[in-house]
Ligand binder design. Structure first.
Ligand SMILES: Cc1cc2nc3c(=O)[nH]c(=O)nc-3n(C[C@H](O)[C@H](O)[C@H](O)COP(=O)(O)OP(=O)(O)OC[C@H]3O[C@@H](n4cnc5c(N)ncnc54)[C@H](O)[C@@H]3O)c2cc1C
Length: 472
C-alpha cells in the first residue's frame, strides 16, 4: 500500500483543526505512541505525528484531510492492547482519543450512560456504582484501558460468563467514518432490526472501520451482595473438570469463574509481595456470586462450596467483604503485569474453546510444553472457555532458539484450539500479532468478506491499515 508522507503543510492543517497544543512531532512523545502492551512480537513503529482531538468535529476534519491526502491514521485508546492493534504500522497519524474523556449523560430512566471513548473503563464502573447501578464490562485492565478501546476489541474480562463481553452492553455508537462523515449507529433502544446491525459490526472491528467518538452503554441495577469463593485444587485437572459442574449441578451462572495455575499465582505473589492461602495447590478457582437477597446468596455459595468439596477442592475460602475480595482480585488482575516484569520475553495467548473442552485444551497445552520444551503457564476466564496460555522464554535459550520453539508451539496451540471448536482470540483481537494466523481459523469466503466490508467502509485503506487481514 502506498501512502503519502506527513509534510509541513499537513502538520499546519492539523494544527489548524485541533490547535497547536494538540499536535506533537516530538520524538520522545512519538515513541510512547509507537507500540501497545503486546510483548511478542514487540512491534514498534514511530508515527509521523500524534494528534489529540477534543471533539467529534475535529476527528471528522482529521479523517477528511487524511482520506484526501492518502495518509494512514491509527486510532488509539490507552495503548493497553495485547495484539499490536494500536501500532501505526505505516506511520502517518496516530489519532489519540485521550482528550475525549467525558461522561456525557446518565439516563436513569432508560438505564443508559453515554460516554466519550477516552473515559477509563473503571471510572464508568465507579460512576455507575455511585448511582446504585452496574456497568458490567470488566476487563482486568479496567483501571487503565479506555471504553473506546474496549469497544474496538470487544473486550471481555471477568464477568463475561454472566453478562457477556463489552458488545453486550453497547446500545449505540457515534462513529466517524474514514472519509470524515459522522454517523450514529443504534441508540438508547434495546431492540433494533432496522437494516444491518452496524453497532455489532463496529464492536471488535479493531479500529479498522471507523473511529468511535461516543458510546451509549446499558446499565443494570447494582447487586447488593457480592461474594467471592477462592477454591484451591490439588490438581489442575480437578479444578478445570469442575468448571462445567458449577453451572450444570450448581444450577447457577456465577458472575465469574476464573482460574490460575500455580506458576501464575507464585509469579504474581512474588511480584506483588502478597500471598494467598494454599498457594502450593496446582490450581485455584475464583467463583464470584452476587444477588440482592443476602440469604439467597449465602444459599448459593453453600451449595457451590459443597459441590467444590465433593469434587476434590482442598478448601473453600469465602470472601464476603471488600478487603478480602480485593486481595484475591488484585492477584488475579495482576498476573499479566507480573509475567511481563519477571519474564520480559513471553508470549501471552488468548485462545478460546467451548467451555466443555477446556480440560482437553489444558491437557494439550501440557503436551505442547513438553514436546517443544518451552515453559507454559495458564490462567484466565475458565467460565467462558478463554485461556491465557503464556509461553515463557527460558533464560538458557538464545533468542533464535526461543523464537523457533515458540513458533512451533503456537502453531500446535492454534491448530489444537481449532480442532476443539475454538478460535485464536477470545478478547485481545487479531491486530498485528495474529494476522498471519487468521487463515488457520477463517475460511477463504470469510476472509474475502472481511476485505469487502473493509473496502466498503474505507476504500482508500487509510484507517488502521495492516490489521486483521493482509491486503498486499
Ligand atoms: C494487564 C492487562 C490486562 C488485560 N486484561 C484484559 C482482559 O481481562 N480482557 C480483555 O479483553 N482485554 C484485556 N487486556 C487488553 C486490553 O486492555 C484491551 O484490549 C482493551 O480493550 C484495550 O483498550 P485501550 O484503550 O488500551 O485500546 P488500545 O490498545 O489503545 O487500542 C486497541 C485497539 O482499539 C482501537 N481503538 C482504540 N480506541 C478506538 C476508538 N475510539 N475507535 C476506534 N478504534 C479504537 C485501536 O486502533 C486498536 O486497534 C489487558 C491488557 C493488559 C495490559
Amino acid at each position: 500500500m502506498k501512502y503519502n508522507k506527513v509534510n509541513e503543510r499537513i502538520i499546519r492543517r492539523l494544527k489548524k483543526i485541533v490547535g497547536e497544543r494538540n499536535v506533537t512531532t516530538d520524538p520522545e512523545k512519538l515513541e510512547i505512541y509507537s507500540h501497545d502492551e503486546e510483548g511478542h512480537p514487540r512491534v514498534e513503529v514511530m508515527p509521523e505525528v500524534v494528534v489529540f482531538p477534543e471533539t467529534t468535529q475535529q476527528v471528522s476534519k482529521i479523517m477528511k484531510l487524511a482520506n484526501e491526502e492518502l495518509i494512514p491514521v491509527t486510532p488509539r485508546g490507552a495503548g493497553t492492547g495485547l495484539s499490536g492493534g494500536a501500532v501505526p504500522l505505516y506511520r502517518g497519524i496516530v489519532l489519540s482519543l485521550e482528550k475525549m474523556n467525558r461522561i456525557l449523560e446518565l439516563d436513569e430512566k432508560n438505564l443508559t450512560i453515554t460516554v466519550e471513548p477516552g473515559v477509563v473503563t473503571g471510572e464508568i464502573q465507579k460512576f455507575a456504582n455511585r448511582h446504585g447501578l452496574l456497568y458490567a464490562g470488566d476487563p482486568c485492565s479496567g483501571d487503565s484501558s479506555f471504553i473506546g478501546g474496549n469497544v474496538a476489541e470487544n473486550a471481555g474480562g471477568n464477568k463475561v460468563i454472566k453478562y457477556g463481553p463489552t458488545g453486550s452492553h453497547v446500545l449505540g455508537l457515534e462513529v466517524v467514518l474514514p472519509n470524515g462523515e459522522v454517523t450514529f449507529f443504534g441508540g438508547k433502544r434495546v431492540k433494533d432490526v432496522t437494516g444491518y446491525n452496524f453497532v455489532q459490526l463496529m464492536i471488535g472491528s479493531e479500529g479498522t472501520l471507523g473511529i468511535v467518538t461516543k458510546i451509549v452503554l446499558r446499565l443494570l441495577p447494582l447487586p447488593k451482595y457480592v461474594v467471592d469463593l477462592l477454591v484451591p485444587f490439588k490438581t489442575m485437572k480437578e479444578a478445570i473438570d469442575f468448571v462445567p459442574i458449577i453451572v450444570r449441578e450448581g444450577k447457577i451462572v456465577p458472575t465469574s469463574i476464573e482460574f490460575m495455575d500455580r506458576p501464575s499465582l507464585l509469579l504474581t505473589e512474588q511480584f506483588l509481595n502478597a500471598k494467598l492461602p494454599y498457594d502450593d495447590a496446582e490450581a485455584q478457582l475464583i467463583i464470584e456470586l452476587e444477588g440482592n437477597n443476602k440469604s439467597a446468596v449465602e444459599d448459593d455459595y453453600e451449595r457451590i462450596g459443597n459441590l467444590c468439596f465433593e469434587h476434590g477442592a482442598l478448601e473453600v475460602f469465602v470472601a464476603d467483604n471488600r478487603n478480602t475480595r480485593e486481595r484475591i482480585w488484585r492477584i488475579r488482575k495482576s498476573i499479566a503485569e507480573a509475567v511481563n516484569a519477571l519474564y520480559p520475553a513471553n508470549c501471552l495467548e488468548d485462545v478460546v474453546v467451548p467451555t466443555s473442552n477446556i480440560p482437553e485444551l489444558m491437557r494439550e497445552v501440557d503436551e505442547i510444553s513438553r514436546k517443544h520444551n518451552v515453559k507454559a503457564i495458564s490462567y484466565g476466564h475458565a467460565g467462558d472457555g478463554n485461556v491465557h496460555v503464556t509461553f515463557l522464554k527460558d533464560e538458557k535459550d538464545s533468542e533464535e532458539v526461543w523464537i523457533k520453539k515458540l513458533k512451533a508451539a503456537l502453531e500446535d496451540l492454534y491448530s489444537i484450539t481449532k480442532n476443539l471448536g475454538g478460535t485464536i482470540s477470545g478478547e485481545h483481537g487479531i491486530g498485528l500479532k495474529r494476522r498471519d494466523y487468521v487463515e488457520l481459523v477463517l475460511d477463504k469466503a470469510q476472509i474475502e468478506l472481511i476485505k469487502s466490508v473493509k473496502r466498503a467502509f474505507d476504500p482508500n485503506l487509510i484507517l488502521n491499515p495492516g490489521k486483521i487481514v493482509r491486503f498486499e
